[in-house]
Design a binder for this molecule. Structure first.
Ligand SMILES: NC(=O)c1ccc[n+]([C@@H]2O[C@H](COP(=O)([O-])OP(=O)(O)OC[C@H]3O[C@@H](n4cnc5c(N)ncnc54)[C@H](O)[C@@H]3O)[C@@H](O)[C@H]2O)c1
Length: 285
């Protein structure tokens, strides 16, 4: 029998799209740990139909919302308090999307309307979510709010593109709102910086398979899976982490503290030739 870390708690989980989604695993584990939850995603994601099965399995109401729309978000918290029977104890923001990545605009050729959308969907939505919840006083004293981030917020990773800027903003919002909500209601606001993970969003990253392999070889504990990330989220929602706030918490098997590992070095030495174009010039990609 699992430990009931979230017994009696109420939560809202944004961003479960399909079984591979990190939010999907978090939803399953939250309910297994004793919580009651609601689920939210865009009307388009809901039309894809896979979320229905999760809602039925977990007895969780699904509330449609575009996370860039403040009225939608306000409604998610209103409805969640109604169906869950009180204030919300934890919130997961598991949302990310870059139209520039989708349309293959490189970082030195960004479309700025698309950049605005990337930032709005992947980072400012976190601010909007917290601001709407606070307006309604929807989060209970000592509650916990978590968003998912990636190490490219702090160090440059080829191909992560404008999502790196979005993640830097996301982590900053956690600190800025963590201060305000912490001193007022002891509400914790943190980001969890997860290993690369093969999900729908993850698959969109340029060179994802190589990135997965590289970070696995670099990390003493190997890449963290979506399931393991969900476990960490549950601990962050629980009363065991009441004094953890305004942090970016690495959940990456040790990757973020590594410089070079033997396994990565061995792999590197197999392919020491520089990448060159047709004219023989080195490409510093
Ligand atoms: N997969 C990885 O390698 C990885 C690594 C670190 C962090 N993350 C982060 O984890 C989070 C979850 O991603 P995932 O990997 O589970 O992929 P996913 O594709 O399963 O989830 C992304 C979700 O964002 C939702 N979304 C997109 N636009 C939205 C909008 N306007 N309003 C509301 N929801 C919207 C999608 O519908 C989807 O459910 C993201 O923030 C992602 O950046 C992922």
């Amino acid at each position: 029998m699992s430990i009931q870390l979230l017994e009696g708690k109420r939560g809202v989980i944004f961003g479960a799209l399909n079984e591979a989604s990190i939010a999907w695993k978090v939803a399953e584990k939250a309910v297994a740990a004793g919580a009651k939850i609601t689920l939210s995603n865009t009307p388009m994601a809901l039309r894809m139909g896979e979320l229905d099965a999760l809602g039925t399995k977990l007895n969780a109401k699904i509330i449609a919302a575009d996370a860039t729309n403040t009225e939608d978000l306000l409604n998610v918290f209103k409805e969640s308090m109604e169906v869950l029977g009180g204030k919300v104890d934890f919130v997961l923001h598991s949302i990310g999307m870059s139209p520039n990545v989708r349309k293959k605009h490189t970082y030195d050729d960004l479309d700025y309307d698309m950049l605005r959308q990337t930032l709005d969907i992947s980072a400012i939505s976190f601010h909007k979510m917290i601001q709407q919840a606070r307006k309604l006083d929807a989060i209970s004293e000592g509650g916990s709010i978590v968003a998912l981030s990636y190490v490219a917020s702090q160090r440059t990773f080829f191909g992560y593109n404008d999502m790196a800027d979005a993640k830097a903003l996301l982590e900053s919002i956690a600190r800025s709102f963590g201060y305000i909500y912490g001193r007022e209601k002891s509400v914790r606001v943190n980001t969890i910086s997860q290993s690369p993970t093969m999900t729908t969003a993850g698959a969109g990253i340029k060179g994802m398979n190589d990135l997965l392999d590289f970070s696995d070889k670099m990390s003493p504990l190997g890449n963290a899976t979506a399931d393991e990330c969900a476990d960490y989220c549950i601990v962050m929602f629980s009363d065991l982490t009441k004094k953890v706030t305004m942090q970016n918490l690495f959940h990456d098997g040790g990757f973020s503290s590594m410089g070079m590992s033997l396994r990565a070095m061995n792999q590197y030495s197999k392919s020491l030739d520089e990448f060159k174009d047709e004219q023989g010039r080195i490409i510093y990609g």
